[in-house]
Design a protein around this ligand. Structure first.
Ligand code: UD1
Ligand code: MG
Length: 451
């Protein structure tokens, strides 16, 4: 590790035309996070001492994303998109500064696992000077092919467009990641030419040059799903499916029950505890933590929410950022929560909006309660005390405080603070006319008969 510190260079300057998008390809998301962020996170976990990124001119959003997820990353600009070999050379200052191993990754190949990158490093430790990651593709079209000689060395990598018919029949494809332990990598890359179908400087051509120079080049195999390169929206969806399958499997391995796993959508950072049950059709956006023993009923949508131990939520609950559901709390159907905390054992069972507030321990929010948090200009806070009872169809007009143990009569519009243990009631007195209904029925019956 210390002997061969690792520099990982991530290529992201490609135009990505096949995405047909105004957004740079590598900023398209998988499980709520850009492909670029996935790759940079993998690079970090694989033990990179330094990271470098190659972008095209004008890719300010790509630079910003990289700086956000990997502060301190060196960013280089490739003036024209003349190929992957040319792109690595855009990071020449980083290559020349670095004394140690180099791994090149493509930002459009987001599913490679850190353990796989460590195997590239191990191949270098085992004597390879170049280690090329390969996989057996079900459909190899579009991928470069690894031409492996009888000694088990990679003799060359041939791009699909430049391959002969015989070479196209090779199933072992180039995944894109490559490891190098070469004294003058920049010098070697500088010898790559562009006489090929695309007139590009292919990184893959470095292999044949290395072999000619007497260097040892070895293949390292990985699973096909890790090597999935995203060049189109269809491949983006395929990569998403692989990610989701992995994430669901991990949640189940760690002790959660997913009743219909293929209907649960997880984010890159979803944390699910033990003995959590998740019913069908639940969407976890970024930033959700579900503690042990919680039960998420069908059709919930949540982003930026914390769900405490043993809480029961749904069906059809919606949690927006800043939701904090306490242990054993209960949130039922058609309840929306945003930037609000329900403390231990609090209940909001039906049809409510709880925005910008606190619901104290054991308090009950009746059906149809609305926290009126917005006056058209600013958001205000509603505080409901411990053990308070808010009757159905009440409006709590923020800023307002309902004291511990207070009781709000149904249908009230509460705009002034309520003292602890008081009853607050805000509705007109009920009018009552004895016998009216019976008389009314008699009258209506007579009219019907004479009609
Ligand atoms: C590349 C490989 C191919 C491999 C496949 C795996 C080459 C020549 N081909 O093909 O062997 O099977 O990936 O997915 O390496 N990029 C730049 N600057 C450029 C061109 C590309 O930064 O001038 C970046 C892209 O942003 C992308 C990566 O390099 O992240 C790969 O480029 P792409 O055009 O997608 O190559 P493929 O045709 O997929
Ligand atoms: Mg690609």
């Amino acid at each position: 590790m210390i002997e061969h510190p690792l520099l990982i260079v991530v290529l992201a300057a490609g135009k990505g035309v096949r995405m047909r998008s105004a957004t740079p390809k590598v900023l398209h998301a998988i499980a709520g996070r850009s492909m670029l962020a996935h790759v940079l996170a993998t690079a970090r976990s694989a033990g990179a001492a330094r990271l470098a990124l190659v972008v095209a001119p004008g890719m300010e959003a790509v630079r910003a994303e990289a700086a956000k997820v990997a502060p301190g990353i060196d960013i280089f600009e490739q003036a024209t998109q003349a190929g992957t070999g040319h792109a690595v050379l855009a990071a020449r200052p980083a290559l020349e500064r670095h004394k140690g191993d180099v791994i090149v990754l493509f930002a459009d190949t987001p599913l490679v696992e850190p353990a796989t990158l460590r195997r590239l490093s191990e191949a270098l430790d085992g004597g390879a000077q170049i280690a090329a990651l390969g996989f057996e593709a079900e459909d190899a079209s579009g991928y470069g092919r690894l031409i492996v000689g009888s000694e088990g060395h990679v003799e060359a990598i041939r791009e699909d467009r430049d391959a002969s018919d015989a070479e196209r029949r090779i199933g072992l494809c180039n995944a894109g990641a490559m490891g190098f332990r070469v004294p003058d990598l920049a010098g070697l890359l500088g010898r790559i030419g562009n006489r090929n179908a695309k007139n590009e400087y292919y990184l893959t051509d470095v292999v044949a040059l290395a072999v000619a120079a007497g260097l040892v080049t070895r293949p390292v195999a990985c699973a096909a799903e890790e090597a999935l390169g995203v060049n189109s929206r269809e491949q983006l969806a395929a990569a998403e499916a692989v990610f989701q399958a992995r994430a669901r499997r991990r949640a189940m391995d760690e002790g959660a029950t997913l009743v219909a796993p293929e209907t649960v959508w997880l984010s890159f950072d979803t944390v699910i505890g033990r003995d959590v049950t998740i019913e069908p059709n639940v969407f976890f956006g970024p930033g959700v933590v579900v503690e042990d023993g919680a039960h998420i009923m069908a059709n919930c949508h949540m982003v930026g929410a914390h769900i405490g131990k043993g809480a029961r939520v749904g069906p059809f609950a919606r949690f927006r950022p800043g939701t904090d559901i306490g242990d054993s709390a209960r949130v039922g159907n058609f309840v929306e929560v945003k930037n609000a905390k329900l403390e231990t054992g609090a209940k909001a069972n039906h049809l409510s909006y709880i925005g910008d507030g606190r619901v104290g321990e054991g308090a009950n929010i009746g059906a149809g309660t609305i926290f009126c948090n917005y006056d058209g200009f600013n958001k205000h806070f509603t505080d409901v005390g411990k053990g308070a009872f808010v009757g159905s169809n009440s409006s709590l007009v923020a800023p307002v405080k309902v004291g511990d143990g207070a009781y709000i009569g149904s249908g009230s519009v509460i705009s002034k603070d309520v003292a602890p243990d008081a009853l607050a009631l805000e509705r007109s007195a009920q009018e009552q006319r004895p016998g009216w209904a019976a008389k009314f029925r008699t009258l209506m019956g007579r009219r019907k008969r004479s009609a």
